[in-house]
Design a binder for this molecule. Structure first.
Ligand code: FPP
Ligand code: MG
Length: 319
């Protein structure tokens, strides 16, 4: 995250967020996690927890264990995702599976989830724990649906939106809803906060898909096609030019070294612009929800501004 936009105390809470595990029985797990999925992440989800907490008037100290839980669940999904995707690197560094083994990466992810269960159950907020259990189920089913669609060229928008909602937006939505629950707000406020997180998450995934097709991006160009996946941008290209389906189907999940991409640069440019416009529409809804949340009596104006800056950051991010 670009920490500069954050209120000073929130920034301090994020910077000092304790992500230590102290697995005394198997210290190797600690070492591996701190070198991989817990290494210098953007802490985007903890940031959402803290900022939304400030909007609902919940003290930073009370939010802290939930921010830690959000980062741990996120880290667990990445550990497992890199096994599923057989990824050798993440953030330019060897993944946990590459450094160790698939089996250990799965177990390390499981340990993170176990730690979250233990730490949150100590706090006794049963509704928040139940929400998180549902979120973990969403994460799993989103990833599962995506897996089922590997090497399938003919996917529709409903499928992609469902996957984005479950796989990417569900945890962000939990971060926001948790703040409302901690403030003791009724379900309508929890739902509104969750809707904010969901819009943000879907837009986040859409922009990720645009970046996937950016030649200057961090990851290899068209990594999703290489992994056999049609993403939001690919779908727009296919809708605009259905004749691309056949040549695309040929290379999905098996891109030859000497590939000649089947689309024209203009197809890609137009499709990316359409996806950006769809992401903008989601961020616009998020902005409107923020207007409503800013009316809350304890709402921190600085935190509302910081969340608005995040909406702009998401729209403009290039990596
Ligand atoms: C990254 O997607 C992956 C996710 C956002 C979620 C992965 C979810 C699971 C593996 C299932 C649930 C697991 C647990 C532990 C609850 P990506 O592959 O599109 O992005 P990447 O480029 O960052 O790998
Ligand atoms: Mg992946």
């Amino acid at each position: 995250m670009v920490l500069d936009w954050l209120p000073k105390e929130t920034k301090r809470a994020i910077e000092s967020l304790d992500l230590g595990l102290n697995v005394y029985s198997v210290p190797e797990i600690d070492i591996l996690l701190s070198k991989t999925v817990l290494f210098r992440g953007k802490k985007f989800r903890p940031t959402l927890c803290f900022l939304m907490g400030q909007i609902f008037g919940v003290e930073l100290d009370r939010v802290q264990p939930y921010a830690r839980a959000a980062e741990f669940v996120h880290a667990a999904t990445l550990a497992h995702d890199d096994v599923i995707d057989e990824s050798p690197t993440r953030r330019h560094r060897p993944t946990l599976n590459a450094r160790s083994s698939n089996a250990r990466a799965v177990l390390a992810g499981d340990l993170l989830l176990a730690r979250v269960m233990a730490e949150l159950s100590n706090l006794g907020e049963i509704e928040i724990i139940a929400d998180l259990a549902n979120t973990v189920e969403e994460l799993v089913s989103g990833e599962w649906l995506q897996l089922e669609a590997r090497k399938v060229g003919r996917v529709n928008r409903i499928h992609l939106e469902t996957v984005a909602k479950k796989k990417t937006a569900s945890l962000m939505s939990w971060c926001c809803g948790t703040a409302a629950r901690l403030a003791g707000k009724d379900q309508s406020w929890v739902d509104l906060a969750r809707q904010f997180g969901e819009c943000l998450g879907i837009a986040f995934q859409m922009i990720d898909d645009v970046i996937d097709y950016d030649l200057k991006g961090e990851k290899p160009f068209a990594q999703d096609v290489r992994e056999g996946l049609v993403n939001f941008v690919t779908l727009e290209m296919l809708e605009a030019r259905p004749s691309l389906l056949e040549p695309l189907q040929q290379i999905l999940g098996a891109v030859p070294a000497s590939v000649l991409w089947p689309w024209e640069p203009a197809d890609l440019e137009n499709a990316a612009a359409k996806v950006r416009a769809r992401a903008d529409a989601k961020l616009e809804v998020a902005g409107q929800i923020l207007d409503q949340l800013s009316q809350l009596p304890n709402s921190s104006l600085e935190s509302v501004q910081a969340l608005r800056s995040i909406l702009v950051y998401l729209r403009e991010r290039v990596r």
